[in-house]
Design a protein around this ligand. Sequence first.
Ligand SMILES: [Zn+2]
Length: 397
Amino acid sequence: MDRTILTGALLLDGSGGPPLSGRAVVVEHGRISAVVSAAEAPSGTTLKLDGLTLLPGLINMHVHLCFGGEADPATVMLREAYPMTVIKAALRARQTVEAGVTTVRDLGGRDYAELSVRDAILHGLIPGPRVLCAGRGICMTGGHGWNMIGRESDGPDDVRKAVREQLKAGADVIKIFATGGVMTPGVEPNSAQLTADEVRAAIEEARKAGRRTAAHAMGSDGIANCLDGGITTIEHGVFLTEALCERMARDGVALVPTLIAPHAIATGGVAAGIPEYAVRKSLAVADRHLEGFRTALRAGVPIAAGTDAGTPCNPHGTLVPELTLMLKGGMAPDAVIHAATAAAARALGLEQETGRIAPGLAADLLAVDGNPLERIQALDEVRLVLTQGRIAVNRLK
Ligand SMILES: [Zn+2]
């Protein structure tokens, strides 16, 4: 019989509500079929999770599987042979799911290697999370990302073509670079890059195909262009203002803060081997980044967790360093868990698929030792991971 019962754990169902005890989660054919009181649990293979906390598999809204989190990952990737990038990306996918992250959104890779990793996981060839891919990010000529993961394009017509290329390659989501950033030399984070017309063209083209959009957007003018065009998520949001946050809250546009990305660069510094321009720009935006995050919190902007994994000194796997910074920024523990589960699923349009422990959803589940509401580091004490009902990690005694 294909039925597994998970009992004994404290249940954090992802909805943001208080933890529940005395429940049994019933998994059948890869999905959660019921959540019942332990006394009413049906027969089946029982996994006893006493002393553990059971929560939905975590979601990382912003990763780069083709980058390895070295001090200068772009240079490492561009110098290695393409097949090596593919192998490493597959290993990083395994590392990700073993950390309890069962869904990621990849916002830029190398020649669509990450799409093949996505498909290999989908076909059961290799272990890994559910992966949504953007393919190449759309940037202006010489704009942020051009030297790594970008598809340079200029003018609304060319931007449309660039989006169509990503759709043709199999992209699940479209990524645009609306402003300068940290990891490309010679561009400034607070300057707008793609024009309002170009941004609008990209979003319109994605929408026609039923795809959502993500914008690398640090500067306020670029963020405004994205909101005008109807973007789905703002990545980084360093120079967010009160007015911009009010618009995001009203329109339901989610912020993916990625606080750890510039923090890791600023902390590692040139001593770690990180390029000087990236260190200088990260130090310059660090305080403003936290201020933007706090402004978004106050305004009630939906927040979804993402790490920008793969960027300098920012490895794949755990979300804990990012969630720790979100707590430090003033977010409540239950809201932080919500941001890494149900709120993220909603931003991806997957709220009926993952991000909560509720009947009908995929059995993406994570059991950890301890209560992450009391100690966020408990999320690193992974004991059991299920991805769509398949066991990816089992360290139960
Ligand atoms: Zn990124």
